[in-house]
Design a protein around this ligand. Sequence first.
Ligand SMILES: Nc1ncnc2c1ncn2[C@@H]1O[C@H](COP(=O)(O)OP(=O)(O)OP(=O)(O)O)[C@@H](O)[C@H]1O
Length: 245
Amino acid sequence: MSVIERVKTGVPGLDEILRGGIPRRNMVLLAGGPGTGKTILGQQFLYHGLMNNEPGIYVALEEHPVQVRINMQQFGWDIRKYEERGEFAIVDAFTAGVGEAAKREKYVCPSPDDFPTLIDLIKQAIKEIDAKRVVVDSVTTLYITKPVVARGIVLQLKKVLSGLGTTSFLVSQVSVTERGFGGPGVEHAADGIIRLDLDEINGKLYRSIIVWKMRGTAHSMSRHPFEITDKGIIIDHEKSLSLGR
Ligand SMILES: Nc1ncnc2c1ncn2[C@@H]1O[C@H](COP(=O)(O)OP(=O)(O)OP(=O)(O)O)[C@@H](O)[C@H]1O
């Protein structure tokens, strides 16, 4: 039996849940409602890569690149030096180059609706910095107004992201009440699905994470509680949480 190569997420508790990490080249849907911690988890995954000589790319579709740097800094994830060394890049699909700060970005997509250009930019960035990890935040932005193209977009992303050897997270936004992960086309095309939840129980909000699918490995079948701290996400992989639904 060949031993599968795994990519450590570096998120405390998550590699234990995944029996060692994400199988290399998997493209994983990171699904959840608003404020569940998807962006933070994605950035934590990228930063862990940077600290371990695995260059990374963050595709910003929902937030200004300047804000992305500020947010990461709040968790002590200082990406500036990695950007300067050419080991980390933000692909800016948010500003369309508008504004002084945006003009300084290297990889700028004129519009998030221009998917062919975005794909070319992602390809170029992966090659130039030899990226091993990619986060697209959020992939939902690419097809929210045109759900029929969702599967095609995700399959094209997979061709590029897995094809060029990266292990990736596609952040998928679902509404608070939705049980799914982003639609059938997308859910089946992804190699893995990790869902983050925020549920109110007796007047208090609880965070939890569940790995729904992960091609190439066994994984915990439980829902695990987690916290967001000033150092990022910490999952209690030894505890499980029942939502009673
Ligand atoms: N320093 C911190 N300490 C504790 N919790 C924090 C901290 N910073 C942010 N949070 C929590 O993280 C949440 C935001 O997480 P994140 O941006 O990753 O969510 P998201 O799932 O990407 O949401 P959306 O889909 O709405 O963008 C905040 O609502 C807050 O509850």
